[in-house]
Design a protein around this ligand. Structure first.
Ligand SMILES: [Zn+2]
Length: 168
């Protein structure tokens, strides 16, 4: 369906996602627990069925956005909501490496773009962290306090256009 215009395409093999079936109305934010986007992409590529994992986007420490899965397809990142969500990973490590300002700016621009594309409100009911979106995964620490969801939403609400210019 869609490719983010300010991202770099680094698509995973098609067997790391599924065809989309229902309309997406949720953005799920994650932290990778690794130091770089490249390390997260390598983990995704190395994952094997039936435990494959993937995400639509991964934002590197410098704010570079990598798109790994077409937003029309279903990635495997938050078991309870995969079919109706898109996933944004942020290269960061709990307790060690919090999300950077460049990542916040890039994340806000991406969230603003996606909410506009899908015509969904940019609020805490449509943008949330993994642990809240899919509690059964018990992925505590993904993503507060390493990544503040409220900070991303606030910046996306006020700075969508400006922030996306910054992402170039
Ligand atoms: Zn997660």
């Amino acid at each position: 369906m869609s490719t983010y215009p300010h991202g770099k395409l680094d698509l995973l093999p098609l067997d790391h996602s599924a065809e989309g079936s229902v309309a997406r109305n949720l953005v799920v934010l994650h932290v990778t627990a690794g130091p770089t986007a490249q390390s997260a992409t390598a983990t995704f590529k190395a994952s094997v069925a039936p435990h494959r994992v993937s995400a639509h986007f991964c934002i590197d420490r410098d704010g570079t956005v990598y798109q790994l899965v077409d937003t029309g397809r279903t990635a495997w990142h938050a078991s309870q909501v995969n079919a109706r969500s898109i996933a944004i990973e942020h290269a960061a490590i709990p307790q060690k490496l919090p999300v950077t300002d460049a990542q916040y700016a890039a994340s806000a621009a991406l969230v603003a773009w996606f909410c506009a594309e899908l015509q969904i409100p940019c609020d805490s009911e449509h943008v949330m962290g993994h642990d809240r979106a899919s509690p059964q995964d018990r992925h505590v620490g993904c993503c507060e306090p390493t990544l503040s969801v409220a900070k991303v939403i606030g910046a996306a609400q006020v700075g969508g256009a400006g922030a996306s210019a910054m992402a170039d």
